[in-house]
Design a binder for this molecule. Structure first.
Ligand SMILES: *Cc1c(COP(=O)(O)O)cnc(C)c1O
Length: 835
């Protein structure tokens, strides 16, 4: 077992071996062609969705050394003489069946976790609590989907003694598959949110679907205080019992309110800690955890219940609960010293999460040098030699140029890294030793992944490498952008291309970081407003075609040098550019024609077309890539007749041009609102802007989007002032009552509109809206926080984003989200993260 081959896999899948000439051993499953790490021993299973069919990557992967494939359509075998193909009906089903069969070879306790919140934290905390006792395999990050779960469970190896997997679903019918793959012996149902999820009729349906995960479990741990959950579980418990003939599933419950196996007696919080007292089997017990928030308390009690179930002693439980640590739920990309970018993942190190972090490093390829600072990998269950050989292989496959190894284990195996001629490596025995020898000049223009197990305290290294941010930051959620792009892609007819609008610093959210993500996601085109924005993207390694909307004569040489594609909107511009291209000796230079269909901003009008065509036919300097126009009011239902008129005119004008040119030319007119509101206007391509950044006027579309940017600041000082005292410039704003005033580190120079002074603007503090007091200053402003008594200096304040939509702020300021987003000044540091 453990090593599979074509025969054993095709037997499991009941598939047909079409050809057998690939590598004889199969160890890894590959689903995403961009995440190739172990070419030789990988089995590629191309998944098929409505929009994408991954069979298209077979040749590319074969070229990179992959030689084992499961397919649902027969390829041209002559093109793959050294490969193995197993034919199945449905590749996703095959993936599930293969991993389910893998799972069934193991007879160890498997913990399955589901619920609305806390799955990943409970899983990671259980790992922290139990890693001393067991060799544990667990889901990487939040791998809990139809694809994430099989990849997680596939990691199970004979040396493992305990498995912890999480499962999440988005619609009915999905849990059956996950149950077969995880087959948990121990279940934890964390909680259930009231939120009405898309895909479920009501909360009971959602609970019952999730309960399917525990069909065959021996025990189920949950909190009785979720009343509907408790009811559903009791019904489920009776039914499962009847079906199996013998009701042997144990329920292990806890409650703050009623009788339960673990009856919570009291919860006492001080500054940093919470002590929880309970009664279990008539015995008083307690734990103390280094957290005070309600979510953490609930998560910790679930873990406590599990430790009691496993029979851990009071002493062990109490000791370990005290050491629970924060979980990095996300990979963060920050600006570093000497123009470096830092990906800080200093909470754990295992092969699974290292692979994920390296994939992220691969996606963010802005700097010429890629560096990994890596600690010993603990608890891998492999011998050091095998382990670091695998790590060295990973680094080589990913083209990493620099390695800093920290720890005795990795140091002992330094020879395998030194064998790679393209890798510069150095080794230190401890974090302390590294810090003592740290020289900032050794890190210039690099993307650096900092990845270490918790005990190595790599956050100390992160602090040295990261640029000091002043305490106002704009956080950008890269997963949210990916989600939003996919939501719009799902609305497109097959074959319709997508252009990502990354003008104005990607609507304020970044430049190459966003472009890298869009390139990674397979977006077809990028658009910037000015040439220098395009040059910056090219310098950062972006290879997608880039359209420039305002090609100024002073930037023509840069446009040609960096292969940017100008938009031509007038004959005058046509002639200037034509001359430039002629002088450069180029021909067939890619350009885009902008048509004015009613916006009256830039573009050729209908009567200009004959002359334009005449010019086009007389020359060979330009090759027209696309003709396009812009909708003036696509978001406004009262202007739909106008939009229609624009579209009709565009159809006529573009037809005149494409017919005359006689070669294929892309046509496009829709912006974000055009995509969501006017499906008939997609033509050959659409241009996605604000929607990708999380804003759409159409409520049904807005629901599907995720918040991308969150602007956060902090309280610099708190003051208690008597009634009648003025606050701020002009000394005009006065509180009628005694008030608590918080000064926060953001002002109009950061892009917070000054017209939000005197209570027009509000911010979110501890979940409550608090108004601006007095006039907004350049770098600071004051908030009236009287109604938030727990406010303290240093507390985080949300200006907009998660919990306070940017649309709301824009409405207070009598403007639109576009202006707020693009107006956040560049001195506000951007922090990118990926969950
Ligand atoms: C900015 C812009 C877009 C994107 O518009 P959104 O409303 O942000 O989607 C599309 N086309 C042109 C020409 C633009 O200038």
């Amino acid at each position: 077992m453990n090593v599979y081959n074509a025969e054993s896999i095709s037997k499991i899948l009941k598939g047909e071996i079409l050809q057998q000439a690939g590598h004889p051993e199969i160890e890894h499953i590959l689903l995403d062609s961009r995440k190739l790490n172990f070419a030789e021993t990988s089995l590629f299973i191309p998944l098929v969705s409505a929009r994408r069919d991954a069979h298209q990557y077979l040749a590319e992967l074969y070229g990179k050394g992959v030689s084992n494939f499961v397919v649902s359509e027969t390829p041209d075998l002559q093109k793959f003489p050294k490969a193995t193909f197993i034919l199945v009906k449905d590749t996703l089903q095959a993936l599930h069946a293969l991993v389910a069969a893998h799972r069934h070879q193991f007879h160890i306790p498997v913990i399955g976790i589901t619920g609305s919140n806390g799955k990943t934290i409970v899983k990671e905390w259980l790992y922290q609590l139990l890693e001393k006792d067991y060799n544990i395999v667990r889901s990487p990050k939040s791998y809990n989907s139809q694809i994430g779960v099989p990849l997680s469970v596939w990691q199970m190896k004979p040396e493992h003694e305990l498995a912890i997997f999480e499962a999440g679903i988005s619609q009915p019918g999905e849990m059956v598959n996950l149950e077969k793959i995880i087959r948990p012996t121990i279940g934890i149902f964390t909680n259930i949110g009231e939120a009405h999820d898309e895909g479920f009729l009501n909360i009971r349906q959602k609970i019952n679907e999730k309960l399917v995960l525990f069909m065959k479990s021996d025990v189920l741990i949950y909190c009785k205080d979720y009343l509907v959950l408790n009811e559903c579980i009791n019904t489920f418990h009776n039914q499962v019992g009847k079906k199996e003939g013998d009701n042997n599933m144990q329920l292990l419950t806890w409650s703050r309110k009623t009788e339960a196996d673990i009856k919570i007696l009291s919860i006492d919080k001080n500054d940093q800690h919470t002590r929880i007292d309970a009664l279990y089997k008539n015995e008083p017990l307690h734990i103390t955890i280094p957290f005070v928030d309600e979510g953490s308390i609930e998560n910790a009690i679930h873990c406590w219940a599990l430790m009691l179930f496993l029979g851990k002693s009071q002493e062990v439980i109490q000791d370990r609960m005290l050491t629970l640590g924060n979980i990095a739920m996300r990979l963060e990309l920050k600006q570093g010293i000497n123009n470096c970018s830092i990906i800080n993942d200093s909470y754990n190190s295992d092969l699974g999460s290292l692979t994920i972090a390296l994939d992220f490093l691969q996606q963010q390829r802005q700097h010429p040098t890629r560096t990994v600072i890596l600690s010993d990998i603990l608890q891998s269950g492999k011998s050091e030699a095998t382990l670091y050989e695998e790590v060295a292989g990973l680094l080589e496959q990913q083209g990493i140029q620099k390695l800093v190894g920290i720890g005795k284990g990795i140091g002992r195996e330094k020879r395998v890294f030194q064998q790679n001629p393209n890798l510069k490596s150095s080794f230190y025995n401890s974090t302390e030793e590294f810090l003592q020898n740290f020289n900032p000049q050794e890190y210039v223009n690099e993307t650096i992944l900092v990845k270490g197990a918790r005990v190595f305290e790599f956050e100390r290294i992160g602090k040295l490498l990261e640029q000091k941010a002043h305490q106002t930051i704009l956080e950008i959620n890269l997963n949210a952008i990916a989600n939003n792009v996919q939501q719009y892609q799902a609305l497109l007819k097959p074959g319709t291309k997508m252009m990502g609008m990354v003008k104005a610093f990607s609507y304020g959210s970044g430049s190459f970081e966003i472009a890298n993500l869009l390139q990674f996601m397979g977006v077809d085109y990028l658009t910037v407003a000015y040439a220098d924005e395009g040059v910056e993207l090219r310098r950062a390694g972006i290879t997608l075609p880039i359209m420039v909307m305002n090609p100024e004569p002073s930037s023509f040489d840069a446009i040609l040098q960096w292969n940017l594609e100008p938009e031509i909107y007038s004959l005058h511009l046509f002639q200037l550019l034509e001359e430039e291209v002629r002088l450069s000796g180029k021909t067939q230079y890619p350009v885009h024609l902008k048509l004015d269909t009613g916006m009256h901003r830039l573009g050729f009008e209908k009567q200009d077309i004959p002359l334009l065509l005449q010019h086009l036919k007389e020359q060979d300097y330009f090759k027209v890539q696309s003709v396009f126009s812009h909708l003036a009011a696509s978001e406004d239902p009262t202007k739909d007749a106008f939009t229609k008129k624009q579209a009709t005119l565009f159809t006529e004008m573009s037809k005149e041009i494409t017919q005359a040119l006689g070669y294929p030319v892309l046509r496009h007119i829709s912006n974000s609102a055009g995509i969501s509101r006017h499906p008939e206007l997609q033509f050959d391509m659409v241009r996605l802007g604000i929607g990708m950044y999380g804003v759409d006027n159409l409520p049904t579309m807005q629901e599907k989007l995720k918040n991308v940017s969150t602007l956060k600041t902090t309280i610099a000082q708190l003051k208690h002032i008597p009634a009648g005292e003025p606050v701020g410039y002009g000394a005009k704003w006065k509180s009628k009552e005694p008030a608590t005033i918080a000064t926060v580190r953001i002002g109009y120079a950061d892009g917070y509109p000054r017209n939000l002074s005197n209570g027009k603007g509000k911010m979110l503090l501890h979940g409550q809206l608090v108004p601006v007091a007095g006039i907004i200053a350049m770098d600071m402003l004051m908030l009236d926080v009287t109604k938030v008594p727990q406010a303290a200096e240093g507390d985080e304040v949300i200006v907009f984003g998660e919990g306070l939509p940017v649309q709301e702020l824009a409405a207070w300021a009598d403007t639109i989200p576009y202006e707020i987003l693009t107006g956040i000044s560049q001195r506000v540091k951007r922090v990118y993260f990926q969950e």
